[in-house]
Design a binder for this molecule. Structure first.
Ligand code: ATP
Ligand code: MG
Length: 199
């Protein structure tokens, strides 16, 4: 069965989850898998010499479990338990995978029909992050001592990837970001459907 898989990655607090949920509401037959749901328990998270828990790395995630969730969706995209949208049977099933470390994880490389990456500047990122409460909560110095340096490292790693990533300015309003991506996706989906039908 043909599917269409969208990646929404980017910096912490860039607006990945917000954008993914909004798209899901407007795209037919659309499921979302969030990488945030696959963090290992705190007891399995490494600590660096400064005492910072190493959450913003691939090793902190149970990626095998996330891959299983993706495989399950692929096998039965229309009946996925993660889908909240009953959808139309005529529409190509869409999966949005959203998370901060998608394009650095090789087993996902062949999956993407469209890849987005949200960016916001350091100051805005730090400001937004300070308004959130994570579990466990960020300790003083955590943003500058772990979160931002890891983001820069991962961002550099994806500069050499071979497929196209569309970078999005996360300082735009939620509405503007949604419209930009939604319009673009509608076109991509039309092209994809034509290809699938051999037109
Ligand atoms: N376009 C936007 N403009 C301003 N604020 C936004 C925008 N999109 C999301 N936000 C706000 O930024 C914060 C982070 O949003 P969201 O949870 O969607 O980001 P995220 O990239 O999924 O973050 P995380 O790293 O926690 O997974 C929230 O407080 C949200 O309300
Ligand atoms: Mg999120």
């Amino acid at each position: 069965m043909k599917t269409f898989v969208i990646g929404i990655s980017g910096v912490t607090n860039g607006g990945k989850t917000t954008l993914a949920k909004k798209l899901q509401k407007h795209l037919p037959n659309c499921s979302v898998i969030s990488q945030d749901d696959f963090f290992k328990p705190q007891s399995e998270i490494e600590t660096d010499t400064n005492g910072f828990l190493q959450y913003d790395v691939l090793e902190a995630l149970n990626m095998e479990k996330m891959m299983s969730a993706i495989s399950r969706w692929m096998e039965s995209p229309r009946h996925s338990p993660v889908s909240t949208d009953s959808g139309s049977t005529e529409e190509i099933p869409i999966l949005i995978i959203e998370g901060f470390l998608l394009y650095n994880y090789k087993p996902l490389d062949a999956l993407w029909n469209r890849s987005y990456f949200l960016t916001i500047p350091y100051e805005e990122c730090k400001r937004r992050r300070s308004t959130r409460v994570y579990e466990p909560p960020d300790v003083p110095g955590y943003f500058d001592g772990h979160v931002w340096p890891m983001y820069l490292k991962h961002r550099q790693e994806i500069e050499n990837i071979t497929w196209e990533i569309m970078y999005l300015d996360g300082t735009k309003s939620e509405e503007d970001l949604f419209s930009q991506v939604y319009e673009e996706l509608k076109q991509e989906l039309t092209k994809h459907k034509c290809k699938c039908r051999g037109w």
